[in-house]
Design a protein around this ligand. Structure first.
Ligand SMILES: Cc1ncc(COP(=O)(O)O)c(C=O)c1O
Length: 448
C-alpha cells in the first residue's frame, strides 16, 4: 500500500487507477487531488502532513470527528465478535438493538427498519415499497412519484426519477422514468411582505392541485424535510411538512421523508421532521430514509423505517406479496454497531443541546459575511449554514474551494452557494477560526 509512497506518486496513481465520484476527471489536470493520510477530530492530514478542517463532514457523514475513540472502540469489539452475516434467515444483536432504538426515537410510529448500504438505495427501497404497498392493496395504478423542484434523492436509476438536478439527470433522461415535480417551498422565493410560512402555504396549494388531479396514479410524495441540501441548501418552513402530511392523508398518497442528509441532528432535532408539530406531536412520514451520519461517517449504512400499516400490507402467505429486495451487506453488523455508538454519543453527551450553543456561536461569528455586497440569502438551520453569491466570477465553486484550501479549510460550494456542515465537535476557538476563514475566503474570491 502506498501511504508511504511519495505524495505525487500517490496522486498520479490515483488519477490513473481510481475513477473519482461526481468529477470530470480532466479537471484534475488543473486541480490536484488531496491525498489524505489520516484524520483526527475535525482535521484531515495529507501525505505531506498539511492539515485541512473538514467543514463539510466529508460529504455530510462525519458527525463526531475522524478516528473517534468511542466509535473506534465499539467497532473493535464488534470486529472481534461478528464482522458480517447475511440478514436473510439470520439476525444479530446489533441490528436488532439499532432497529429498536431508532423505532423508539419515533415513539414507535416507524417501527420497522429495512437496511441497505447507501442513500440512493434507501430511496429506491422507499419508492419500491410504496408502489408495492399500493399494488398489494389493489391499487396498481399508483406508479408515479412526486418530488420537489430541485429535489435530490440519489443517482441510481430509480432515485434519479425523483431527482430534479439537470446535471445529474440529463445524460440518463431517456433511461429514467419521467420526473413529476411540484413547487419547492424554498423560502428564498418569498415576495415582499411574505414569510417563509407563506411560501410553504403557496407550495402546498400547488401540491394540492396536482394531487387532486393525479392522486389515482401517485404512490408517494418524497420530500427532504427543512433543507433541500444537494441542490443548493434551499430551506423551508416546517409548515410545508404539516400541510403535505394532511394532503397526502386526504388523497391517499404516501409521504416519504428523505432524512439521509438532514437526519441525525443536522437541523437541530434528531430527525428534521420533529420540527413540524401538529397538536403536540411530530408529523410522521410513512417512510423515513436515513443514511450518511447514522454510522458516524464510518461505514456505508442506510435504513428505511416504515409504519405498521405499511408492514402489514406485505405480511402474507404469498411470497410475492413480501418485499423481495436485498443487498449482500444488508444490516452489516459493523455498520450497525457504529450506528449504536453514534446513538450512545447523542444520549450521553446531550449533543442536541450542545449543538444549539455551537450553532448560535458560529452564526454570530459568521455575521460579518452579511456586509459583503455580493452575499445573498444567508441562512442557517441547526448545524447547516449556507449563503449565495451574486455575480460570482466564472468557476466560482472551484476558485472558492481552492482559496479555502490554502487556509486549511475543506469546503465544496455547490454552484454559487457556499455551505458549512461541520462535525459536531466544534469548540469555541475552532468555530471562530472557521468563521474567519470563510469570511477571508469570500473576500479573496470576490473582492468587495
Ligand atoms: C437527501 C439525499 N438523498 C439521497 C442521497 C444519496 O445518498 P448516497 O450518496 O449515499 O447514495 C443524498 C446524497 O447526498 C442526499 O443528500
Amino acid at each position: 500500500m502506498s501511504l508511504k509512497s511519495p505524495p505525487d506518486a500517490l496522486l498520479s496513481r490515483s488519477l490513473d487507477a481510481v475513477w473519482h465520484p461526481c468529477t470530470q476527471m480532466k479537471q484534475h489536470e488543473q486541480t490536484p487531488l488531496l491525498a489524505i493520510a489520516r484524520g483526527q477530530g475535525p482535521w484531515l492530514f495529507d501525505t505531506d502532513g498539511k492539515r485541512y478542517f473538514d467543514a463539510i463532514s466529508s460529504w455530510w457523514v462525519n458527525l463526531f470527528g475522524h478516528a473517534n475513540p468511542r466509535i473506534n472502540a465499539a467497532l473493535r469489539d464488534q470486529l472481534d465478535t461478528l464482522e458480517h452475516v447475511m440478514l436473510a434467515g439470520c439476525t444479530h444483536q446489533s441490528v436488532v438493538e439499532l432497529s429498536e432504538r431508532l423505532a423508539a426515537l419515533t415513539d414507535g410510529a416507524l417501527g420497522h427498519c429495512f437496511y441497505a448500504s447507501d442513500g440512493a438505495s434507501a430511496t429506491e427501497i422507499a419508492l419500491k415499497m410504496s408502489h408495492h404497498y399500493w399494488r398489494n392493496q389493489g391499487c396498481a395504478a399508483k406508479q408515479n412519484f412526486l418530488c420537489l423542484e430541485g429535489g435530490y434523492h440519489g443517482e441510481t436509476m430509480g432515485a434519479l426519477s425523483v431527482t430534479d438536478v439537470a446535471l445529474f439527470r440529463d445524460a440518463y433522461a431517456s433511461l429514467v422514468r419521467a420526473l413529476h415535480t411540484v413547487p419547492s417551498p424554498d423560502a428564498r422565493q418569498a415576495e415582499a411582505g411574505e414569510t417563509a410560512a407563506d411560501v410553504a402555504r403557496r407550495a402546498a396549494t400547488a401540491l394540492e392541485k396536482v394531487l387532486e388531479r393525479e392522486h389515482g396514479n401517485v404512490a408517494a410524495l418524497i420530500v427532504e424535510p427543512l433543507v433541500q441540501c444537494a441542490s443548493g441548501f434551499a430551506m423551508h418552513d416546517p409548515e410545508y411538512l404539516r400541510l403535505a402530511r394532511a394532503l397526502c392523508d386526504r388523497y391517499e398518497v404516501h409521504l416519504i421523508f428523505d432524512e439521509i442528509a438532514v437526519g441525525c441532528g443536522r437541523t437541530g432535532t434528531f430527525f428534521a421532521h420533529e420540527q413540524a408539530v401538529v397538536q403536540g406531536q411530530p408529523v410522521r412520514p410513512d417512510f423515513l430514509c436515513l443514511s450518511k451520519g447514522i454510522s458516524g461517517g464510518y461505514l456505508p449504512l442506510s435504513i428505511v423505517m416504515s409504519t405498521d400499516a405499511v408492514y402489514r400490507a406485505f405480511y402474507d402467505d404469498s411470497t410475492a406479496r413480501g418485499f423481495l429486495h436485498s443487498h449482500s451487506y444488508t444490516g452489516n453488523p459493523l455498520a450497525c454497531r457504529a450506528a449504536l455508538a453514534v446513538l450512545d454519543i447523542f444520549e450521553k453527551d446531550d449533543v442536541l443541546a450542545q449543538n444549539e450553543q455551537r450553532a448560535a456561536l458560529l452564526t454570530a461569528q459568521l455575521a460579518p459575511l452579511k456586509a459583503h455586497p455580493q452575499l445573498r440569502h444567508f441562512r442557517q438551520r441547526g448545524m447547516i449554514w449556507a449563503f449565495d453569491v451574486a455575480d460570482a466570477p466564472a468557476d466560482f465553486s472551484r476558485r472558492f474551494a481552492a482559496a479555502a484550501q490554502r487556509r486549511e479549510l475543506l469546503l465544496r460550494p455547490i454552484g454559487n452557494t457556499v455551505y458549512l456542515m461541520p462535525p459536531y465537535v466544534l469548540d469555541d476557538a475552532s468555530s471562530a477560526w472557521l468563521a474567519q476563514g470563510v469570511i477571508d475566503t469570500l473576500h479573496e474570491v470576490c473582492p468587495a
